[in-house]
Design a protein around this ligand. Structure first.
Ligand code: GLN
Length: 550
């Protein structure tokens, strides 16, 4: 398959929604019957985003093959049917790491190793890996044009047009057109400056996506066209939207997909957007609403829980329900204040997390959900804490803990499994307390067998599932019997039965924990069954519909 490349850059300022724009372009091209793939090139020096603080950078998105990536890969996967992995996200750090390793090995035969051509060649090689994978590869360059660290990436994509030809490359620049209140109009100067900057590097954009609060109308477009040498019909108004999934349809109304296939000299059918239209219509007219209390750490920064928020939204739409998320800071809200916040929630969710902060509050919230029969979903750390809670308060192990927070607890119900069989690599993996940070995590998709007759099995309607993991600690099998006696049902296990992947509670309307992160597998058009069931249970709780407790 001959692959053509779209390069997406951003200008003026960050947070313009370049990732969503790239993803929406992918959705439109897929709707035209084309096969697409994506790549995100991030200019920062970290070798991968795995160790980056989600509070600063947003969530770490995990792919099926176990890569810890930028959250934009989440947008790409949610908007399309692609499955991405390690080769779809590169940072400057990873590129330089590889160049420097080559230099140390002597691969450059004593030559002077330089940004151009060695670093840029390494970048081009990373991009060209996508050749043959799809009809169109959408490559997004992180950051903003003009950033020092982004220069090698821009130079590499500039060279690509010479290498691949004009019909096989397309440059799309996402820019900003601010509305200035005192003048009462949209101002095009920042866009002119940004394109000038891009042109100074040698890249002439083919299409401009103009982000703005109010539409960039046809009378402004010729002005931008003249200053930027971009055809007026290739200036696309990308106005703010309430729902990101409307972006694809808005782009289509502006003719963007037509301009793209024309630019790349491709002939395709017109896009079939019925499913997106249906999703959008249902999202706008919910019949019910529920409040989910999300008891976490990074609660004032929704980017840190991006996929989770999206998964809840998808499941809400599937239930014709608008989901209001009440972010509860587990470190600050405790005791009576926590109980009063939780009493207003129809469902309680404890998300994944690392480290000591907020643990006590999360356990308190879990107790509340259990004792008040409120639907509960514990994800990764959330499942681990549910195990600790039941061990302490029902199984008669008051000192039970996770070895992550209490290394010397007499009852490490959650612990570091020293050796475990890894299905993905078909090998025995070893973990120790002092292994490298990140190096010992269980990462990526693992199969899980569901026990029939459980709530989780009926939610999925499947005997075996594949879900993505990102954690070090595991359920300690020494406690299976005692916890089972306390009412825990081990509803999902690794195929050999050695790893507990899912739990639920007897005598509760809906109390489920999973060791994996189901949120990475939720799509607007294919909502995740576990979230759908959780929202359904929360809705039943709100409407006081009696549920079977067995
Ligand atoms: N900190 C826990 C572990 O490493 C849970 C991780 C998570 O929630 N992703 O096992």
């Amino acid at each position: 398959m001959k692959t053509k490349f779209i390069f997406i850059t951003g200008g003026v300022l960050s947070s313009l929604g370049k990732g969503v724009a790239a993803a929406a372009i992918g959705a439109l091209l897929e709707a035209r019957g084309l096969k697409v793939t994506f790549q995100k090139l991030d200019p920062y020096i970290n070798v991968d985003p795995g160790t980056m603080n989600p509070f600063q950078h947003g969530e770490v998105y995990v792919t099926e093959d176990g890569a810890e990536t930028d959250l934009d890969l989440g947008h790409y996967e949610r908007f399309t049917s692609v499955k991405l992995g390690k080769r779809h996200n590169y940072t400057s750090g990873r590129i330089y790491h590889s160049v420097i390793s080559r230099e140390r090995r002597g691969d450059y035969l004593g030559g002077t190793v330089q940004v151009i051509p060695h670093v840029t060649d390494e970048i081009k090689q990373a991009i060209l890996q996508l050749e043959g994978e799809a009809d169109i590869a959408i490559v997004e360059i992180g950051g903003t044009v003009g950033d020092i660290e982004g220069q090698p990436f821009l130079e590499a994509i500039r060279q690509m047009r010479g290498n691949l030809g004009k019909d096989n490359t397309l440059y799309i620049h996402v820019t900003y057109v601010p509305f200035i209140k005192t003048a009462g109009e949209l101002k095009t100067k920042p866009t002119q400056r940004s394109v000038k900057e891009l042109r100074s590097i040698g890249i002439q954009p083919d299409i401009l996506l103009c982000r703005s609060e109010t539409p960039v109308s046809d009378d402004i477009k010729p002005k931008i066209a003249m200053f930027c040498d971009v055809a007026a019909e290739n200036i696309i108004s990308a106005v703010d939207v309430a729902c990101i999934y409307d972006v694809a349809m808005n782009f289509h109304k502006e003719g963007l997909d037509e301009r793209i296939v024309e630019g790349l000299r491709m002939w395709t059918r017109t896009p079939v957007l019925a499913k997106w239209q249906d999703f959008s219509a249902r999202a706008k007219q919910p019949q019910h609403s529920v409040t989910i209390a999300m008891v976490g750490k990074y609660t004032n920064f929704s980017e840190a829980y991006k996929s989770l928020n999206e998964a809840l939204f998808h499941a809400g739409v599937a239930n014709n329900t608008s989901v209001h998320v009440d972010f509860v800071n587990a470190e600050e809200v405790r005791g009576d204040e926590l109980a009063s916040r939780l009493s207003r929630a129809d469902g309680i969710l404890i998300p994944g997390g690392f480290g000591q902060r907020g643990i006590a509050g999360k356990i308190e919230a879990t107790t509340y959900a259990r004792t008040h029969n409120i639907p509960f979903l514990g994800i990764c750390l959330g499942m681990q804490l549910a195990v600790v809670e039941v061990a302490r308060n029902i199984a008669g192990l008051p000192l039970a803990d996770s070895a992550e927070f209490a290394p010397s607890t007499p009852d490490p119900v959650i612990y570091l499994m020293k050796e475990w069989y890894d299905y993905r690599s078909d090998s025995i993996q070893k973990r120790t307390e002092d292994s490298d940070m990140g190096g010992t995590m269980r990462l990526g998709a693992y199969p899980c067998k569901l026990v029939s007759g459980t709530k989780t099995h009926s939610a999925y309607g499947q005997d075996e599932i594949l879900e993505r993991h990102r954690h070090r600690y595991e359920f300690n099998n020494d406690y299976r019997e005692r916890l089972s006696a306390a009412g825990v049902i081990f509803s999902g296990l690794s195929p050999d039965g050695s790893l507990v992947e899912m739990i639920e509670l007897k005598n509760h309307p809906w109390f489920v924990g999973c060791q994996f992160h189901p949120e990475f597998n939720s799509r607007p058009l294919v909502p995740h069954p576990l979230f759908v069931a959780f929202i359904q249970a929360s809705l039943a709780n709100r409407m006081k519909i009696p549920t079977q407790k067995a």
